[in-house]
Write a protein that binds this ligand. Structure first.
Ligand code: TRP
Length: 335
């Protein structure tokens, strides 16, 4: 039996190095194996939880789609689509919502983080600014995953809890209605799971510290030069592990390259020199994809066609499966 790999990227903001290391690269690698089936998508319904700005959601959809293709996803082999093109996903979300205990959602990190912020700010309403979209975000994500009977979900560490919730919800549904759902598992690449950003904290859109994958070369170099370092002088031996420049390099280098740079740290490489080295390394990796990306961005209708074909393939599964699920819960045609 083939292993089904599935992952999505929320379409807010511009694709960054963390998206590549955490989701796109492992997903593409999985899609190149012959023993897998692959479902990769733009989580554009999830984007609405975070953004009320139509123009930026539209731009991000285009950029993230172009990034997947430019970085080498074979869209003839993998099923590549927009979540919003699959109407069965919101329908399944409802079936799952009716199996999800509110207490489970109360424990979701994304929701709890905002409650904490409200409390820290001394607000009298702990749920201030929290929509039902944010609160039930893990249910929509469970529908994404369970719809395609996915086994393996390549994600960053921060998403592990959501995959566990998808399992819980699936188990509850299976318990009531029979074994319809496959229980998914997160696939987290330990070496890159917490890629550091410009300021050394986890690279994340919410920290505003991301390094975009496809910034023009000059701007890309400038950003790398901006990565925060300490006051150690050239010539001083330096600790590689935990250093932001090293950690970013490590995520995109071979074991031999990593050992070589580790030695250079011990020999006291200067921060300026290391930044230049990191820039050249990443730039080499991104040069061809950047060109492809720019060509794709100039032809949005090509991207549109690819996504339409993907949605058609995805719906061949989802429309059949949703009927089965409706029937299982007691909703089917009388004739
Ligand atoms: N929530 C994920 C993120 O923000 C994106 C996402 C939505 C996803 N649905 C998914 C990831 C299903 C994996 C599987 O990164």
């Amino acid at each position: 039996m083939k292993q089904v790999y599935l992952t999505g990227i929320t379409t807010t903001g511009t694709p960054h190095l963390g998206n590549y290391a955490g989701a796109i690269r492992p997903a593409i690698a999985a899609s190149q194996r012959s023993d897998t089936e692959n479902f990769y998508f733009l989580a554009d319904l999830h984007a609405l939880i975070k953004s009320n700005d139509p123009a930026s959601v539209a731009q991000s959809r285009l950029e993230i789609a172009a990034a997947w293709i430019a970085l080498g996803l074979d869209t003839d082999k993998a099923v590549f689509y927009s979540q919003s093109d699959i109407p069965e996903i919101p329908a399944l979300t409802w079936l799952l919502t009716c199996q999800t205990s509110k207490g489970l959602m109360n424990r979701a990190h994304a929701y709890k983080a905002v409650v904490q912020e409200n409390e820290d700010a001394g607000s009298t309403d702990p749920d201030k600014g929290i929509t039902m979209g944010l609160f039930s975000y893990p249910v929509l994500m469970a529908a994404d995953i369970l719809m395609f009977k996915a086994h393996k979900i390549p994600v960053g560490k921060d998403q592990i809890q959501h995959i566990e919730m998808a399992r819980d919800i699936a188990q509850r549904f299976n318990h009531h209605y029979g074994e319809h759902f496959v229980l998914p598992e997160a696939v987290v690449d330990e070496s890159t799971a917490v890629l550091a950003g410009l300021d050394g904290r986890k690279m994340s859109k919410s920290y505003n510290n991301t390094i975009p994958l496809f910034a023009p070369e000059k701007q890309f170099r400038k950003l790398i030069m901006k990565i925060k370092t300490n006051s150690q002088e050239p010539g001083e031996p330096k600790e590689a592990d935990g250093n932001t420049l090293f950690e970013i390099y490590r995520a995109f280098a071979t074991p031999e390259q990593i050992e070589d740079v580790r030695r250079q740290y011990a020999d006291g490489i200067g921060w300026g020199e290391m930044k230049q080295y990191l820039f050249e390394h990443l730039n080499l990796m991104l040069r061809d994809p950047r060109e492809k990306y720019q060509a794709l961005m100039a032809q949005p209708e090509e991207i549109g066609k690819i996504l339409e074909q993907g949605a058609e393939k995805a719906r061949a599964h989802s429309s059949v499966f949703l009927k089965e699920l409706y029937k299982a819960v007691g909703i089917s045609a009388f004739n």
